[in-house]
Ligand binder design. Structure first.
Ligand code: MG
Length: 386
């Protein structure tokens, strides 16, 4: 019998790469379920092609049209809890969690609660609720396998030793499109410039996070939770070539790195097939073509978002939720042209610093902080304009 994958977030960039990987593994894997937020047209097309048992659409335009477009026998779940209902209804061997942003938290929690293997492409759920997710996974036996390229690299490198022998991990960062820009110029950076990533082809939200280096800030928190390592043992190195995806230094001084072309299909496939490795459609790396690999320290002055990641990781509790939601709101405002590029980190910092912090929040508390931080960023933006 074939293994079954459920793909949450099938219409986005990770979703497309995941389907590419699943096409290559079609002798071994079936697509059992597909979920997306509001792109019903894409969902219908994919349902016709893959014939899953069920699909989920969080924000349907017209439910009856949607249902009529699906092939016979494919169940439709719709509404805000659709992805969770899909997980409850369809058995599977792996859930690829690739819904962008805080919206993915309920489904990620349910997948872990059900004890599934989770190929985790959504860092926000770990940033918001990492402690809770990891504790839940220990209880249910769910395997959380990171798809984020840096964390996949660390996950692969850690297997060269024992977790207790890790001295530090070094997360690499491309530095984004503004790596060499002076501080003054950053103020006037446009949306189009921020979306022009030098090495990775990703969705718009994460591409802007990469430009502010908030992406790396979120990844520091993600690594802290996933590998249960103190924050001061997680370092960031800017590596513009995006070939070394991250490194682990062990007690004896050995540094193990994972290298590859910047192509998300590699970490996605690894999360599905782990511990087995199979042929993969991802681009191949030829180091002779790359020629040289360079590394430089991150600049916390020009990219203050990175500092916020360390601060939020150290304070824990509700801080990750405040940081993440503040940033999501600020990035949306930047994309609308309502705020400048450097306002993103400044507004996010206010949301982080001014929220009512608690140490051991439950999901409701996290969602309250999430809403509060979004409102705070919007209020601050309105007062900026007055
Ligand atoms: Mg990453």
């Amino acid at each position: 019998m074939k293994k079954r994958a459920i793909l949450l977030g099938c219409a986005g960039s990770i979703g497309r790469s995941s389907l590419d990987v699943l096409d290559g593994l079609a002798d071994e894997w079936d697509v059992a379920g597909l979920a997306t937020g509001s792109r019903g047209g894409v969902l219908t097309q994919l349902a016709r092609r893959y014939r899953p048992q069920a699909v989920a659409l969080a924000n349907p335009q017209r439910v009856e049209d949607m249902r009529a477009g699906l092939p016979p026998g494919v169940r439709l779940f719709h509404g805000p809890a659709a992805a969770v209902e899909l997980l409850d209804a369809v058995e599977c061997d792996c859930v690829i969690a690739a819904i962008a942003g805080a919206a993915s938290l309920p489904a990620t929690l349910r997948a872990v609660e059900l004890g599934r293997r989770v190929a985790l492409a959504n860092k926000e759920s770990l940033v918001m609720a990492g402690e809770m997710l990891m504790a839940l996974a220990r209880r249910t036996g769910a395997e959380i396998i990171p798809v984020d390229s840096e964390h996949s690299a660390v996950f692969q490198a850690v297997h060269a030793g024992r977790v207790e022998d890790v001295r530090r991990i070094v997360l690499t960062a491309s530095g984004g499109p503004f790596r060499t820009w002076p501080r003054e110029k950053l103020r006037a950076a446009t949306v189009a410039q921020a979306l022009n990533h030098p090495t990775w082809d990703m969705g718009p939200k994460i591409t802007i996070d990469s430009a502010t280096m908030m992406n790396k800030a979120l990844e520091v928190i993600e690594a802290h939770r996933l590998f249960d390592l103190p924050v001061d043992r997680i370092e960031v190195a800017v590596h513009p070539e995006s070939i070394v995806h991250s490194m682990v230094e062990f007690r004896d001084g050995s540094v193990i790195a994972q290298l590859g072309a910047p192509d998300m299909r590699t970490p996605i496939q690894y999360a599905l097939t782990y511990p087995v490795r199979r042929e993969c459609p991802a681009k191949r790396l030829n180091l002779l073509d790359v020629g040289r690999l360079t590394f430089e320290p991150p600049d916390f002055e020009r990219f203050p978002a990175l500092r916020l990641g360390y601060e939020a990781a150290r304070s824990g509790g509700t801080s990750g939720a405040a940081l993440n939601a503040g940033n999501e709101a600020a990035v949306a405002l930047f994309r609308e042209g309502a705020i400048g590029f450097t306002d993103i980190a400044a507004l996010t910092e206010r949301a982080l610093k001014e929220h009512a912090w608690t140490a051991t929040p439950d999901v409701d508390e996290l969602l309250r902080v999430d809403r509060w931080a979004r409102d705070k960023v919007i209020q601050c933006t309105m007062s900026l304009r007055e």
